[in-house]
Design a protein around this ligand. Structure first.
Ligand code: AMP
Length: 148
């Protein structure tokens, strides 16, 4: 059984899409193993996105999530990491396929984000690899909260 971390980002929380987003994972047979709402500090978001620290969009990415409501979810299932990425869709919602969360519910694009000098608002984060998933789960949840 594999686990992955999903974040419902501040635009997903603000737009009342928490239920709709979780429903899509549950309907695909993924199990919610844990879930919490958090208001992360800037330092915490910087730690979460450490892999992007040299990217030009790092600071605006931290602005997007820091000090706002975020829902952190551990999802469990066979091939959870890649299945969740498929359900989420491409980074740029205007390019994401229909049937994916970002393709169906996203309302932003890289062009708009660049013009407004901010991060792409794309509703969710999903771990990229199994290793990243384990690290991210450890960052967002206490060891005692994770059921083996
Ligand atoms: P991810 O690890 O998939 O959450 O990727 C980091 C996040 O950074 C993406 O989900 C977007 O919200 C944002 N992002 C990625 N690429 C860009 C970009 N070129 N410009 C602005 N924001 C970006």
């Amino acid at each position: 059984m594999e686990r992955t971390l999903v974040l419902i980002k501040p635009d997903g929380v603000e737009r009342n899409l928490i239920g709709e987003i979780i429903k899509r994972f549950e309907e695909n047979g993924l199990k919610v193993a844990n879930l919490r709402m958090v208001i992360p500090s800037r330092e915490f978001v910087q730690a979460h996105y450490a892999v992007h620290k040299d990217k030009p969009f790092f600071n605006v990415l931290v602005d997007y999530l820091a000090e706002k409501r975020v829902v952190a979810i551990v999802l469990e299932g066979e091939d959870a990491v890649s299945r969740v990425r498929k359900i989420v869709g491409a980074t740029d919602p205007s390019k994401a396929e229909k049937g994916t969360i970002r393709g169906d519910l996203g309302n932003d694009s890289k062009e708009k984000a660049d013009a407004e000098r901010r991060s792409i608002y794309n509703l969710v984060h999903a771990s990229g690899t199994r290793e990243e998933a384990e690290e991210e789960i450890k960052l967002w949840f206490e060891e005692s909260e994770i059921l083996e």
